[in-house]
Design a binder for this molecule. Structure first.
Ligand SMILES: [Zn+2]
Length: 436
């Protein structure tokens, strides 16, 4: 039984990346001495914050309650500023809670959905998303303190911000997470540390799923993982430390952005004033990247709901509006364990991402400033595209085991087994074949 588990979520890394990653020193060491679950089925929607809630709980998005990156505001549906990012928004048990119950020392460095989690996280640097710093660029430490960064990390965080900046920009934020993680390991030897380099995801959004820029990001990530491996050695805990590298989703290449809200407005289901601002609506389609969640308003009649659903199903059937499926509530629960404050889900046709505008034209080009509208994106159903991967290495894990397929819901139970703790709400199972 190991005493330490370091979990590194390389955002949007996929199995196909391992061929190149194997030529890099840190990845080569982990892949060579560990076990690999090659292709991992993510959750629906394949989005960063929902997937990270599932990675630490073993539960799908309906159960965690994290069904989107954003909080939906029925009174102001276009508002997409506030991200779901607090640990207490996750509606079920997590590895952090389980580790704390077992009396272990826990740490999180820029892991999504851990803000405000100081009760169960001893060393916490929350993910510092850009909107937090709007008008507050001059006081980053104050912002991090309000997000629940623990007093125990303030000196490390101040040093990291001094060196790499505080904003959620790449690769600065990734340098920050690596620096903070390495220092926490070196000084405090946590039993569980979660961290999240996301430069690979960033470069996929900007340049497409496979590109030279993505390879450069993988090489940088290798260096950051190397910093953690060095810290583990310096802390003298190499013999008792498992290192797990995993990922949350892949991406697909996108060729257009299309907004179903434009068509709902044309059909009278969304009403706008002269300036184009929404005055009322029966249904609003909220983008989750390459899928979209349809919210009926409280005032929508049974007739208008049926009308909206009928229209969307007709549009899907033509194949020319950017989405090829309309999932209803029962199907979402049955297939994906997905339910929430929405009524239907639209699934991409494989080349389109969803916008939310009501003005013409319905179809638009890229906007790499918003991850949902980049050259590569995600949010689609988890069967689609290049799949995320999982590498486990250390005293608990066998070397050389290769498992072709797995589930992201098995990650938390597998990590819990390595730590020797019990999770209460996981739906997945520990992957026994990779344990010694
Ligand atoms: Zn992600």
């Amino acid at each position: 039984m190991s005493k330490h588990v370091i979990v590194i979520s390389v955002d949007a890394m996929v199995f196909e990346d391992l061929e190149y990653a194997s030529t890099l020193p840190s990845f080569a060491r982990l892949i060579g001495s560990g076990s690999v679950i090659e292709r991992v089925r993510s959750i629906y929607p394949t989005l960063t914050h929902p997937a990270h809630a599932s990675i630490i709980s073993g539960a799908p998005a309906g159960k965690t309650g994290i069904t989107s990156n954003y909080i939906f505001h029925p009174d102001d549906p276009k508002r997409s500023v506030e991200w779901r990012n607090r640990l207490d928004e996750i509606g079920c048990d997590t590895l952090l809670h389980a580790a704390k119950r077992a009396g272990l020392v826990t740490a999180s460095s820029c892991w999504p959905m851990t803000a405000g989690g100081g009760e169960v996280i001893d060393y916490l640097v929350p993910a510092g998303l850009n909107f937090y710093f709007k008008d507050r660029d001059h006081e980053p430490m104050e912002v991090f303190r309000e997000l629940g960064a623990t007093p125990s990390v303030m000196d490390i965080l101040a040093e990291g911000i001094e060196k790499y900046g505080h904003r959620d920009l790449h690769p600065g934020v990734d340098e920050l997470q690596a620096f903070v993680s390495a220092e926490i390991i070196r000084r405090y030897k946590p039993n569980l540390l979660l961290t999240h380099p996301s430069y690979v995801d960033n470069q996929r959004h900007a340049t497409g799923v496979f590109s030279d820029k993505v390879e450069q990001a993988i090489a940088e990530t290798d260096r950051w993982i190397g910093m953690l491996l060095d810290a583990i050695r310096d802390a003298g805990i190499e013999e008792e430390t498992d290192v797990i590298v995993l990922s949350d989703h892949g991406q697909i290449d996108i060729s257009r952005i299309i907004s179903p809200n434009f068509y709902l407005k044309e059909a009278g289901y969304i009403r706008v004033d002269e300036e184009g601002c929404i005055t009322s609506y029966d249904a609003y389609v909220k983008s989750t990247g390459a899928s979209a969640q349809v919210h009926f308003s409280h005032g929508a009649t049974a007739e208008s709901r049926a009308g909206v659903e009928g229209l969307l199903r007709e549009m899907a059937a033509t194949g020319s509006y950017g989405f090829e499926r309309v999932f209803g509530k029962e199907e979402l629960i049955e297939r994906y364990g997905l339910f929430g404050d929405f009524d239907l889900v639209l699934e991409t046709d494989g080349i389109s991402s969803f916008g939310e505008h009501t003005e013409a034209p319905a179809e638009r080009g890229f906007d790499i400033l918003d991850y949902r509208y980049g050259r590569g994106t995600h949010g689609y159903m988890p069967e689609r595209g290049a799949q995320p991967t999982f590498i486990a290495c250390g005293p608990d894990f066998k070397a050389g085991v290769r498992i072709p397929e797995g589930s992201i819901l098995n990650h938390a139970p597998t990590i819990a087994r390595a730590l020797g703790v019990r999770l209460r709400d996981a739906e997945g199972q520990a992957v026994e074949e990779i344990f010694r």
